[in-house]
Design a protein around this ligand. Structure first.
Ligand code: IMP
Ligand code: MG
Length: 215
């Protein structure tokens, strides 16, 4: 079972005015639930765990766009730092895939793959998927089914966040940064209808903002 940092349901987060938040989002957020520094500290430890477990394997690191790009970029930097400063190192190649399953704050039943390279290149390789958040688990289950059709040697998954929700299918990634309450979170590349990716901290979206940015 993957270990994770648990953000409790009654955690109200930190007051917005204590952090630097873009002016254009000040009215849209309830609070800062995971400050950028804490995300980075936890990501650094995930990198160490991954290098420890994957040492010796060549891995194809697969970033799930767009929400996973910050987590992916920071994690790759930490893995690179470990690779160049220790006896054990993990050879890496990177790839990107784009999925879409969300409209407003609702996961839709249809998970669409709307980009990425030939997945068949993963045949016989160890692929490591990096995703922003697992909610129902449907996005990851769909992607895993697609990847497994390509006969990879092994597939591992790291998710920065896992939401505690009754809508979960029960799917759990191999590596988890934080387990979070059942609220809609934005920032650090997580979006609401494409907004809020340009926010450093992970924040709780206000109900008013859900209306304001609804499509
Ligand atoms: P799932 O298929 O229900 O597990 O949803 C996973 C995908 O939904 C993620 O990759 C995100 O793009 C999106 N998602 C789920 N919850 C949130 C959230 O709280 N904020 C932003 N995006 C979310
Ligand atoms: Mg999204």
């Amino acid at each position: 079972m993957a270990s994770y940092l648990e953000i409790l349901d009654d955690d109200q987060g930190h007051e917005l005015s204590l952090f630097c938040v873009p002016k254009h989002y000040e009215e849209d957020l309830d609070s800062v639930i995971i400050p950028n520094g804490l995300i980075k500290d936890r990501t650094e430890r995930l990198a160490r765990d991954i290098v420890r477990d994957m040492g010796g394997h060549h891995i194809v690191a697969l970033c799930v766009l767009k929400g996973g790009y910050k987590f992916f970029a920071d994690l790759m930097d930490y893995i690179k730092a470990l690779n160049q400063n220790s006896d054990k190192s993990v050879p890496l190649t990177v790839d990107f895939i784009r999925l879409k399953s969300y409209s407003n704050d609702q996961s839709t039943n249809c998970v669409k793959v709307i980009g990425g390279d030939e997945l068949s290149a993963l045949s016989g390789k160890v692929s490591f998927v990096f995703i922003d958040i697992v909610e129902t688990g449907r996005t990851m289950e769909t992607l895993l089914a697609l990847l497994n059709e390509c006969n990879p040697k092994m597939v591992k998954v790291a998710s920065l966040l896992v939401k505690r929700t009754p809508r979960s299918s029960g799917y759990r990634p191999d590596y988890i940064g934080f387990e979070v309450p059942d609220k809609f979170l934005v920032g650090y590349a997580l979006d609401y209808n494409e907004y809020f990716r340009d926010l450093s901290h992970i924040c709780i979206l206000s109900d008013r903002a859900k209306e304001k940015y609804r499509v």
